[in-house]
Write a protein that binds this ligand. Structure first.
Ligand SMILES: *Cc1c(COP(=O)(O)O)cnc(C)c1O
Length: 414
């Protein structure tokens, strides 16, 4: 129970990030209904593919049923087959790299850097020294913040590796003026209900290669050959976006910039409101990148962390004067009916991936983890996981509600 302050809970829950509808979505959904294109074919699909491709600055966008489905087809296009070793972001949502495993590939996790909370190019370079034969990289832009894409691209080119870029969280964010989702050989965005714009579900595969776009379209619609009957030379999937979902996406596209501006305002209010506390907001490279501010996160200074222990499915902490920890703040937020979330727990710490290799700046990360257990230093991902958290970042949160949330956060450090 949280006892450092008592604030009246919100009557209506303040969400981490919830869908924001504007009206046009219903118009395009109704159009699908009235023209009877209640299918995976129709005007909305054609239109969103065109609009998103233009917006992102990529030749082809293929509308699919989810970001995860798009990642799956991206892995197939990238040539991942059983046994293929793949360098993957470590601190990310599991959907970034589960599709590697769908194809029988073997993720090797690359540690995170502190500047943007994304894949560390230094650790990636180290990984190529350890595994020079690897030809695939799967990299995510976390919480809407672009990673060090130039450096990652340079390393990929040096070793002749293909990049799959997971821009599911970062749609609309730019790095050196270029949209995320265009830095990989294949890119992916998501329209999941909590993303910056949504279709309720859905995703897209992005590519400049017509042959890849055609393959993704074919595979996503059961891989039919051009024949009078159902003729199959390849395994197919039912991954195409519905024309009704595409209607929702179509209605949302004009609001991308507005959502980003609102999310940015949320981020900046937290930054201002938390001034003087031993915390920092999730960082980005202000010179080269413009995030979409999808989630506002913060990280607590080491000296200001109270004792916090996490098991596989439970936690405990010791509340302390002048100090706090993510689990205490998350409890405090839950107590006022506001939704926060821990940072993505790094993949190398997940039971399902415990046997996979993990590479840090100085080499074998598994050795690092063992050293930590023996009293050494945490790897970067585990450090951010243990000291960081995602704050309620809903674009519909009012300044009054956010002030109350900030008051509760401040109270945690009393
Ligand atoms: C949401 C998300 C996905 C998956 O997208 P879905 O559309 O939900 O399948 C993949 N990667 C990251 C980093 C995500 O946040």
């Amino acid at each position: 129970m949280f006892t450092k302050c008592s604030v009246k809970p919100f009557e209506k829950k303040v969400y981490l990030s919830s869908p924001t509808m504007h009206g046009e979505e219903l118009k395009f959904m109704t159009e699908a209904y009235e023209t009877n294109w209640m299918s995976t074919v129709g005007a909305n699909i054609n239109e969103v593919e065109k609009e998103i491709a233009e917006k992102i600055g990529v030749r082809y966008a293929v509308a699919l049923s989810a970001g995860t489905a798009s990642l799956h087809l991206a892995m197939k296009l990238a040539g991942i087959t059983p046994g293929t070793k793949v360098f993957c972001s470590d601190m990310t949502f599991s959907a970034t790299l589960n599709p590697v495993v769908y194809e029988g590939g073997v993720p090797i996790f690359i540690d995170t850097e502190y500047d943007t909370w994304n894949m560390d190019p230094v650790a990636l370079n180290k990984a190529f020294e350890l595994y020079p034969d690897v030809k695939h990289i799967v990299v995510a832009n976390l919480y809407g913040t672009p990673g060090k894409m130039d450096e990652i691209r340079a390393i990929a080119d040096k070793y002749g590796a293909v990049i799959v870029e997971d821009a599911a969280e970062s749609f609309g964010a730019t790095y050196k003026g270029q949209q995320t989702g265009t830095f990989g050989d294949i890119g992916v965005i998501s329209f999941n209900g909590n993303k910056i714009i949504t279709g309720s579900s859905g995703g897209m595969l992005l590519t400049n290669d017509l042959d890849q776009a055609n393959k993704a379209r074919k595979w996503s619609t059961q891989a039919r050959e051009n024949a009078p009957w159902y003729q199959h030379e390849e395994v197919g999937y039912n991954y195409r976006m519905s024309n009704v979902i595409a209607g929702v996406v179509r209605g949302q596209i004009p609001y991308l910039e507005e959502h980003i501006a609102q999310k940015r305002a949320v981020y900046e209010r937290y930054r201002e409101g938390c001034k003087g506390l031993p915390v920092r907001m999730n960082p980005f490279d202000a010179e080269n990148s413009v995030p979409n501010y999808w989630l506002s996160c913060m990280i607590i200074d080491k000296e200001a962390m109270c004792k916090q222990v996490r098991g596989e499915t439970d936690y405990c902490y010791v509340s302390e004067k002048g100090k706090s920890c993510p689990q205490e703040i998350l409890d405090a937020l839950a107590a006022i009916n506001a939704e926060g979330r821990p940072i993505w727990k790094p993949m190398h710490m997940q039971p399902i991936y415990r046997m996979n290799a993990f590479v840090t700046r100085d080499g074998n990360g598994r050795a690092r983890t063992n050293a930590y257990i023996a009293g050494g230093v945490l790897d970067v991902g585990m450090d951010i996981f243990s000291r960081g958290l995602c704050l309620p970042s809903d674009n519909k949160m009012t300044p009054d509600q956010q002030d109350k949330i900030i008051q509760v956060i401040r109270a945690c450090f009393q």
